[in-house]
Design a protein around this ligand. Sequence first.
Ligand SMILES: CC(C)(COP(=O)(O)OP(=O)(O)OC[C@H]1O[C@@H](n2cnc3c(N)ncnc32)[C@H](O)[C@@H]1OP(=O)(O)O)[C@@H](O)C(=O)NCCC(=O)NCCS
Length: 129
Amino acid sequence: MIVGTGIDIVEVFRMRDAISKWGNSFLTKVFTDKEISYSNSKRFAPQHFAARFAAKEAVVKAFGEARKSPVNWTDIEIFNDKEGRPVMLLSNEALKLKRRKNVSEVVVSMSHSKNYAVASVILLRKSGK
Ligand SMILES: CC(C)(COP(=O)(O)OP(=O)(O)OC[C@H]1O[C@@H](n2cnc3c(N)ncnc32)[C@H](O)[C@@H]1OP(=O)(O)O)[C@@H](O)C(=O)NCCC(=O)NCCS
């Protein structure tokens, strides 16, 4: 059963500007080491960072009340499985929120182009829970 959905769009130039203005302190505040090394390994890194940022915003929207909780950006991590599919891993406060809401699965999808990155998140609960 679907218990929440969220979507977000990010302008890639905003991400590029934030990275050039604040550099590593911005990156490490928002992204995990794994996200940073994955995105930096790509030709157009800001697109990959922007998509991950959109995914983090999207899951916050999907949870609805997440803004009230002390969720850190790095409590939400996106990694890619061996086929390249994005997988969202929640830890700390984000994981507590997931448990409190009885969410059994978080499904994320992302896309990015030169100017925009988008992400959508669906929260699922196993029936009977
Ligand atoms: C994997 C694929 C979907 C990516 O699409 P794209 O248009 O090249 O790129 P997008 O910007 O839309 O999406 C990129 C994101 O897709 C996600 N992605 C990659 N592989 C994926 C997969 N196997 N399943 C789901 N999502 C995937 C990733 O999150 C990636 O972003 P990231 O590298 O920053 O994590 C595409 O390369 C592909 O293989 N398409 C299949 C085409 C096809 O078979 N068409 C014929 C039938 S319609």
